[in-house]
Design a protein around this ligand. Structure first.
Ligand code: 13P
Ligand code: SF4
Length: 306
């Protein structure tokens, strides 16, 4: 898209309006390259939640999915938060109903509830603490209880269970993007790239995690090349991250695990939408204060974990 003058115009307008409106643009690691390029902060869910709190701008344009923008609003009730494409939802978040969590709470009344950030505000309001893929293990290890209800991702819950003797209960939800990674794809990647480090996201199925060299959040994957001498990496997560990895590490080689996997919700935000968001205030996120107040407690507890 680089050679098109319209793109230059869009970028100039975005940068001008961003300044004029005192806005910060936060973008998840899976966003389109042109969106990552104009963002002030690109990161994983935890890094972006922290940036939403620490940045001083009064307006947040969140290029990601709905639960991320909602989380930013809950943590910053006095800032205006916008999601450029309101239909950008997370399929895993939508897979679990409130009714299921209430049933689990009735079934395990002594359990502490941990909500992955990939949940609605209402579900966070019924949780004791939130976590992301970057700190799920740490959060669970530090909970002073023997029983934990973890919602909604069964694969992340299963992964965290490997690091604790506490009993974790989880529902049957998953991410349709990460669920597709398979044992056969890891075997093939080992054959094709024997010197590569195979790193996968903890939303992948347990049998894929068993075979990987590293299991990391997307932010953890970004740090990996700086921590090891390897020259080649096989990346088991949504393909948007590979753009950032290649840009930041031109001397290393990154291959997708299996065919490039795409989260459609992460790919619908374009520069035009970011510009519209700044110009026409589309689409502002609101969370009813009674729900936000309770969800905030769970999110702020999460931010206490480094
Ligand atoms: P990260 O927090 O690791 O970026 O993951 C977010 C997500 O939605 C993974 O699918
Ligand atoms: Fe949700 Fe999966 Fe998309 Fe992440 S990749 S936003 S978990 S659907």
């Amino acid at each position: 898209m680089k050679d098109f003058p319209e793109k230059d115009f869009l970028v100039e307008e975005i940068l001008r309006l961003k300044k004029e409106k005192n806005a910060v643009i936060l973008a998840h690691n899976y966003q389109l390259p042109e969106v990552q390029d104009i963002a002030d902060v690109v990161g994983d869910s935890l890094e972006l939640a922290r940036a939403a709190v620490t940045r001083s701008e009064e307006v947040i344009i969140f290029c990601g999915v709905h639960f991320m923008a909602e989380g930013a609003k809950i943590l910053n009730p006095d800032k205006r938060v916008f999601l450029p494409r309101i239909e950008a939802g997370c399929f895993m978040t939508e897979m679990m109903e409130m009714r299921q969590l209430l049933e689990m709470k009735r079934e395990y009344p002594g359990a502490v509830v941990v909500a992955y950030v990939n949940t609605t505000a209402e579900m966070k309001a019924h949780a004791d603490v939130c976590c992301t893929s970057a700190n799920a293990v740490k959060v669970i290890q530090n909970i002073p209880a023997d029983e934990i209800i973890f919602v909604p991702d069964r694969n992340l819950a299963h992964y965290a269970q490997r690091f604790t003797d506490k009993k974790i209960y989880w529902p049957n939800s998953f991410c349709y993007v990460h669920q597709k990674f398979s044992r056969e794809e890891v075997e093939k990647a080992r054959q094709d790239h024997p010197d590569a480090i195979i790193v996968v996201h903890p939303e992948c199925p347990p049998e894929v995690i068993d075979m990987a060299d590293e299991v990391r959040s997307t932010g953890g994957m970004v740090r990996l090349p700086g921590e090891v001498d390897a020259k080649e990496f096989v990346i088991g997560t949504e393909e948007g991250l590979i753009y950032r990895l290649r840009r930041e590490n031109p001397d290393r080689t990154f291959y997708p695990l299996g065919p490039a996997r795409i989260c459609v919700s992460m790919k619908i935000t374009r520069l035009e939408d970011v510009l519209a968001s700044l110009k026409e205030s589309t689409f502002e996120i609101h969370v009813p204060e009674d729900i936000a107040a309770r969800a905030r407690v769970a999110l702020e507890r999460m931010l206490e974990y480094v």
